[in-house]
Design a protein around this ligand. Sequence first.
Ligand SMILES: [Ca+2]
Ligand SMILES: [Ca+2]
Length: 238
Amino acid sequence: MRGQRIGLAVVLGLWCSLSVGEAQTWTQFLAGNFESNNFTQFTATSTSDGTIVVTNTCTPPPAQGLYHCKADLAGNGGTNFARVQWDLPSWGQDQLWAAEYSMYLPTGFHSARTCTFQPFGTDTFPTLNNQMRLMVYLTAPQNAFMVLNDEGVTTEITPAFNYLTEGQWVRWRVEQKIHNSAGWTKVYKNGVLVASGTGDTWTGEPVTRIRFGYADCSAQTAPLTLYLDHIVVYTGAE
Ligand SMILES: [Ca+2]
Ligand SMILES: [Ca+2]
């Protein structure tokens, strides 16, 4: 018995010491679940060679509630996007933020994909070429990365992780601290940490928008469909 108590104390002491300085608290900042049967929970939608609708009539059933969002790309090449978005209050260095969303990719999505797929990201509009994106490359369709695009220079800021899951809802969460040198990024898939990185997460321009769906693609030459639900953005504190 005595040995068990000592062992427990050691375990608790280790847990406490690892937690110091690493804990964050998160406060819900924006939320959209499509239950209003329209896009009024968001700042805007925008499309190019695509459509985006709220629906309660199609397969799969929503991840949450009665309604979800269906986004299609027609597949005519060029610049393709179909996304919901929020304006942000110009996040700068030292900002902590997190975003969660449920996404359903139908079976066959990746085999029909001819574009580099960016399902989620922030950017610094109206200053162009400064973006934080989750990017699924065409050449390795099982792999995704969080990337920082700083004035047109793209840097992968996490190791590769698997974005291939099709035919089921997946809950994604990205946490990030914005900083030019001491930034960090964590990616969770269904609650499991699948990738993380530290370093530069700041492009030099305030972050003004966050987008979900086909945040951006290019040269998609076949139709694509995806579903989106239960989007939440948090601000954080250390
Ligand atoms: Ca919903
Ligand atoms: Ca930087």
